[in-house]
Design a protein around this ligand. Structure first.
Ligand code: ZN
Length: 169
């Protein structure tokens, strides 16, 4: 006869295992949460959010899909190189963009709601290997109208669609 205590311990163990596991959207296997990378960014890290695909699937994606995966050092170096060579230009651009964003942010805008867009865009980028941006539906510096930096004016676009859109509205 099975002891009740043993049975309960087994149940507790199974529950713990399930809680510590997650279905991978890549290979469809149920794996331990430790078999997944944490999503980057402070927002995700503090909440312990992990990727939808397991480490193996994620690595396979990165390997086959993009340049950075094939040439990690080279990609990092060339970006760093560009920023070093154009430090003034980069700083000016960042400052300009921040100032414009601050000016266009009303007090009633919800930072939490907007954060969701940025987190999702990053997640999509990671999961698909295609760069996604958060776009202002009505551009902040449109030629005829200027939009606000507020959640209802945000949308997620692929980088290429975003670049094609430019400041037109
Ligand atoms: Zn997987």
């Amino acid at each position: 006869m099975i002891e009740l205590e043993t049975l309960m311990a087994e149940v507790a163990h199974t529950v713990e295992t399930i809680k510590a596991s997650k279905l991978c959207t890549g290979c469809g296997k149920i794996k331990l949460r430790t078999d997944y990378y944490l999503l980057s960014g402070e927002y995700n890290r503090t909440r312990g959010y992990i990727m939808a695909k397991c480490k193996e699937c994620h690595k396979a994606d990165v390997r086959q899909s993009d340049y950075k995966g094939r040439h990690p050092r080279r990609a990092v170096l060339s970006a760093r190189d560009y920023q070093k060579r154009n430090a003034g230009k980069v700083a000016a651009y960042v400052a300009f963009r921040e100032a414009r964003t601050i000016q266009r942010t009303p007090t009633w805008a919800s930072r939490e709601a907007m954060e969701v867009f940025y987190v999702q865009a990053r997640k999509l980028t990671t999961e698909t290997g295609i760069k996604h941006h958060v776009d202002h539906i009505v551009p902040l510096n449109g030629s005829t109208v200027s939009g606000l930096h507020v959640e209802s004016n945000l949308q997620i676009l692929t980088a290429s669609a975003n670049i094609a859109k430019g400041n037109s509205f």
